[in-house]
Design a protein around this ligand. Structure first.
Ligand code: SF4
Ligand code: SF4
Length: 331
């Protein structure tokens, strides 16, 4: 059997999991990262840099930094394309891990769950025209297209950025604010504008909740020429082969506006893995389906405990490593 009662199992190799592994290594504690994907980095590890004329501190390079730290750290075992499929308490935690080489058992003193969250699938809200109206894209598609160089915008294109997609919506998405998407949608739009100065952006937001607390960012942006409108789009329909957004602006009737592109800025839902691991590890989830940060020998960090930014996920990973140390020392 692999592992030992003073080593730590980390389920999920995104920003929080990699930060936890690197911190444990710094403290001389061995760990094993079990990651379902074929590489470490997680969802945020595939985000593009959102610099304008300067670094905008979007933190998209942070997952790659902690990934490198984890891969170079001593006593960190990495198992990719692998899943924890069984677990039991027996003088610590004994788990079965299924991977490309088959199934094996291993013993650990504690576990850090760091499996992240799941982006909302905008196809679940048919009013938004995702998958049916040409030119309607999710923010993740735009982000990946920018990173890969496949996102081509025609000169002078008109682009709507729609916020709160899948969040603050009891009927179709999550009832809560996903915290990350105001800053994310704003920074991605500004990055696109910088890269393509003719891009005409209309920013349709319901509430402005930037992670970094920059409450004046939208007024400054508007003063520089962006169209910033407080509203919640009701519907996106096809007309003349492109998207038309219907939205109600404050003190206005319903407006209709044609665009070449619409970016749906999606929020974060609990990963389906939360339910599976909750049952496997015997840890109850909260009312929204997220993990508590500590339950006996089971610790959790990053977006599996609730939506949060990349920087906060890294800090939670480091904090969970500290708590795992305390468990190993019998405190
Ligand atoms: S990825 Fe974000 S934090 Fe990193 S250099 Fe680019 S803008 Fe700055
Ligand atoms: S962070 Fe902004 S875009 Fe995201 S759900 Fe909250 S208010 Fe909406």
């Amino acid at each position: 059997m692999k592992g030992s009662s003073n080593s730590v199992l980390i389920i999920g190799g995104g920003a929080a999991g990699c930060a936890a592994a690197a911190e444990l290594s710094r403290r001389g504690v061995p760990s094993t990262i079990v990651e379902a994907a074929d590489r470490l980095g997680g969802l945020a590890g595939s985000h593009c840099c959102k610099s304008t004329e300067r670094c905008e501190r979007c933190d998209a390079c942070l997952p790659m930094d902690v990934r490198r730290d984890a891969l170079n750290a001593a006593d960190v075992t990495v198992m990719t394309s692998s899943l924890v499929v069984d677990a039991r308490m027996d003088d610590g935690l004994v788990v079965s891990i299924s991977g490309p080489g088959g199934r094996e058992e291993a013993r650990f003193g504690s576990v850090i769950v760091a499996i992240g969250a799941m982006p909302f699938d905008p196809a679940l809200d048919p009013r938004l025209g995702y998958g049916s109206v040409p030119g309607v894209l999710s923010s993740l598609e735009v982000d990946r297209g920018v990173r890969d160089g496949t996102f081509i915008i025609p000169d002078g294109a008109r682009m709507a950025v729609v916020l709160c997609v899948g969040s603050r919506d009891v009927g179709r998405g999550a009832p809560y604010c996903s915290k990350v998407c105001c800053k994310y949608g704003y920074q991605l739009a500004r990055h696109l504008q910088t890269a393509r100065p003719g891009l005409d952006v209309t920013f349709l937001y319901m509430d402005w909740r930037p992670l970094d607390g920059d409450l004046d960012a939208l007024s400054r942006w508007e003063a520089s020429g962006a169209s910033v409108i407080r509203s919640r789009p009701a519907e996106i329909v096809e007309r003349n082969g492109g998207p038309v957004v219907r939205y109600a602006a404050p003190a206005d009737d319903v407006r209709e506006q044609a665009f070449d592109l619409v970016m749906l800025t999606v929020g974060l839902l609990p990963s389906p893995g939360n339910d599976r691991l909750s049952t496997l590890l015997g840890v109850p989830l909260d009312d929204l389906g997220f993990f508590p940060t500590a339950h006996g020998r089971v610790l959790a960090a990053g977006c599996c405990t609730g939506p949060k930014g990349i920087d906060e996920s890294v800090k939670e990973g480091i904090a969970a490593a500290g708590r795992a140390m305390s468990i190993a020392e019998g405190e």
